[in-house]
Design a binder for this molecule. Structure first.
Ligand SMILES: [Zn+2]
Length: 250
């Protein structure tokens, strides 16, 4: 998981380079800084924004291989999309990925994906609403991802997003093929199992038995035990197994 550090700008800067509060937080937009100069990392971009960017521009996060620096809270309507008062500026959270030549670009992209996933979960934003800056204005941004020449493509970025989880411990790789590791949406039970009140599947945590049958159950998201075993967090607040012997995608 990427380390997030806040370096929030002052109110006077919010007044100068944003449209203020009221961001609808329905989208996440991915950018690249296009600044390959050495030391043009997340910290430097965070300081640039906190010091009062001379350009009429603003964005929520800058990410490099080391960390994500947050400059604005999510409720601020930043000027990053180039679409005026459209959804890009008014209803999106913006992430800039650093491309400084003394940084590790691929690791920065991975960190950006981890950050995007965290925001998706915090703000309930679906994967198809994670878009490129290009989506809003036609600008060639994020340019490296769009060209794919640096070894990361947009499809690849989205694939990372699907895999990122909120815990750092990976599941046991020897059993991973037997488990859902991406959100299955709805499931059916194919072998009687239990719903639990926590990720720890001990007898004392059992809520109710669920029999095999045609009923579809809605999955909210996948969480993990401390040991890294994935669990389905259900819409009703209980936890179920992700084991494909017991449940299947509906
Ligand atoms: Zn951009």
């Amino acid at each position: 998981m990427v380390n997030i550090r806040k370096n929030l700008v002052s109110q006077s800067i919010i007044n100068t380079v944003t449209s203020g509060t009221g961001n609808g937080r329905k989208w996440i937009t991915i950018h690249e800084t296009d600044n390959e100069n050495t030391t043009a990392n997340a910290d430097a971009h965070g300081r640039l924004q906190a010091g009062g960017n001379s350009r009429s521009a603003s964005w929520h996060y800058t990410v490099d291989e080391k960390e994500a620096v947050q400059s604005f809270n999510h409720n601020i309507k930043c000027w990053a999309a180039g679409d005026g008062s459209g959804n890009g500026n008014a209803n999106s959270i913006h992430i800039e990925i650093c491309v400084n030549k003394d940084g590790n670009y691929k690791k920065a992209v991975e960190n950006a994906a981890a950050l995007a996933k965290k925001i998706m979960e915090a703000e309930n934003i679906p994967l198809d609403r994670v878009v490129q800056h290009n989506h809003w204005s036609g600008k060639n941004c994020p340019s490296k991802i769009r060209s794919g020449k640096a070894g990361v493509t947009w499809a690849g970025f989205k694939d990372i997003l699907k895999e990122v989880t909120t815990v750092s411990k990976p599941e046991n790789p020897s059993t991973s093929n037997n488990y859902y590791t991406s959100n299955p949406g709805k499931i059916k039970v194919i072998k009687t199992c239990w719903q639990y009140k926590g990720t720890n599947f001990v007898e004392g945590n059992r809520v109710q038995k669920v029999a095999a049958g045609p009923i579809e159950y809605t999955v909210k998201k996948i969480e993990h035990t401390k040991a890294g075993t994935p669990r389905l967090l259900m819409k009703n607040g209980t936890y179920m197994t992700t084991n494909k012997k017991y449940v299947k995608k509906a």
